[in-house]
Design a protein around this ligand. Sequence first.
Ligand code: SF4
Ligand code: ZN
Ligand code: ZN
Length: 310
Amino acid sequence: MQKCSKCSKNAVTFRPYSGEYLCKSCFTKSIEVRVKRAIAAHKMLREEDKTAVGLSGGKDSVVLLHILKRIEENFPNSSLVAITIDEGISGYREQSIEIAKKNASALNIPQEISTFKDIFGCTIDEIMQNEHVKELGASACAFCGSLRRRALNQKARELGASKLAVGHNLDDEAQSILLNVFRSDIHRLARLLQDTSAKNENFVPRIKPLRTIPERETILYAYYKGIEFHSQQCPYSFNVLRGEIESTLNRLDDKRPGIKYGVLKFLDDLAPALRNYCTDSDFTECEQCGEPSSGRQCNVCKLLSELSQK
Ligand code: SF4
Ligand SMILES: [Zn+2]
Ligand SMILES: [Zn+2]
């Protein structure tokens, strides 16, 4: 039996990118240390922050909630609140909301549940039944992602949160970076970095404390800590380009471990140059709804107007 690289206990996992064998306790500790380092390196949190955590019930969001709770206990002036958004995806979201509730209540963290139906007047299931949307062949994720970001920001603002923490892990970040490179979208690429320094008062700065944790390790952390999470796949989860990038990155990472960290480091190294592509004018107000927007009409208003085309 292989021994842990940090202590003498039996190892339970191997990290190909660092060559470390780790026992259960050194592994879970190392995840918490890395999250704290990412928070410090990117100045994600201050001692007096009220942090809203986007809690879907999936692995990343529940792991994030548990780790932030441990961190928050050392900062008496900080507080946490969980926000769960019900997009209205029948047969899928109901169960994840139950798991989100269980986790929030086990950690004694207040939770707010908001629905797309209440905020936007329609569910994702209804949007996907819209004739114009069907004709366009638009993906559910295009609507869902933008509407959820809006809903989370609105709710966090209403709750007086000073930060909004989301569970994006290393795999998500590496995919988003390459996706924006392939789409030649340098403004969106820059926005992956700039959330914590956003100056628009209607925009609650978003932080991603799990950005250096590989997806596989968030699952292992949950498993070793006995954290319950929702593992069912969303029935609408197919985004062709992102899916191809995901499988390509996984294949490359198998051959050259650490490649996802390389993609993330590339973005961080580019940060000084990318700041020129992300100015305050990137966040003005939408003329229609008054919410933060990068243009005269925000993406949410654009998408919702598609629904009234027929
Ligand atoms: S996979 Fe797409 S539709 Fe499903 S919850 Fe995620 S963003 Fe929404
Ligand atoms: Zn150990
Ligand atoms: Zn708008």
